[in-house]
Design a protein around this ligand. Structure first.
Ligand SMILES: NC(=O)c1ccc[n+]([C@@H]2O[C@H](COP(=O)([O-])OP(=O)(O)OC[C@H]3O[C@@H](n4cnc5c(N)ncnc54)[C@H](O)[C@@H]3O)[C@@H](O)[C@H]2O)c1
Length: 221
């Protein structure tokens, strides 16, 4: 039985991920607002020291209600602080208490892998930074037997995003679906299972990768 800490664990993907680990018999802590703010590095350090996770899934983030185009400096700070600093601090503080066999999964986005019509430049920058810090921590923590990988979800219609998708014109919705080789929107379990996999011993020789989970919409070589 492992101790699994999921930042953003009360979100659309987060709740499903917590359930997935619970179903495996793991002890799960959902670290989310208002009790747990990943922007508070000191509180994160105390939380990690207390819980001592074997697995960290760092999901806290997103566009956080900021506009795609007419964003303010405060919006930019919010998106970078939660996504980048929040992920970096969570990974750093969790890793202090981890040992060989433990694993970390961060969350970037298709919006960092290719330009997205849905999200803005702050989100693209933040999620690209998460890809960078994931590789750096994988390199540094490898010698201790701790693996660090990222998932890059395509569009998963969790609450807020369902609304954004529904607000698109029919032609835009068609364009989104036409760009997905599998030709359909995903189910939530289709991001949960890849995260469970990366956190498991089945992925024991995989570290530093970004696993694209997008129905083939982004196809790197
Ligand atoms: N849903 C998608 O299509 C999609 C696509 C690509 C990437 N992602 C990424 O997946 C992750 C989860 O997305 P989601 O769709 O579940 O979104 P969501 O908004 O439902 O969940 C995000 C969670 O993060 C929490 N959070 C926000 N600020 C926080 C803070 N300062 N401290 C702690 N928790 C905080 C929120 O309260 C929320 O519960 C995000 O990082 C998002 O960028 C989602």
């Amino acid at each position: 039985m492992r101790r699994v800490l999921v930042t953003g664990g009360n979100g659309g993907i987060g709740r499903a991920v917590c359930q997935g680990f619970q179903d495996q018999g793991d002890t799960v802590l959902a670290a989310d607002l208002p009790e747990h703010d990943v922007r508070d590095a000191g509180a994160l350090a105390a939380l990690m020291a207390d819980f001592r996770p074997n697995v960290l899934v760092a999901l806290a983030g997103g566009s956080l209600g900021t506009p795609r185009d007419e964003y303010t400096q405060e919006d930019l700070d919010l998106v970078l602080d939660v996504n980048v600093k929040g992920t970096l601090n969570a990974v750093r503080e969790a890793a202090r208490h981890m040992t060989a066999g433990d694993a970390i999964v961060t969350c970037t986005s298709i919006g960092a892998r290719q330009p997205s019509p849905v999200t803005g430049a702050p989100y693209a920058a933040a999620k690209a930074a998460i890809g960078g810090l994931t590789r750096k921590f994988a390199r540094d923590l490898g010698a201790r037997g701790i693996r660090v990988n990222a998932v890059a979800p395509g569009l998963f219609l969790t609450g807020r995003l369902q609304g954004m998708f529904d607000d698109l014109a029919e032609a835009e919705r068609r364009e989104v679906l036409d760009a997905i080789p599998l030709g359909r929107m995903p189910e939530l379990r289709e991001i949960v299972d890849p995260i469970l996999f990366l956190a498991s011993d089945a992925a024991s020789y995989i570290t530093g990768i970004t696993l694209d989970v997008n129905g083939g919409r982004y196809l790197p070589l």
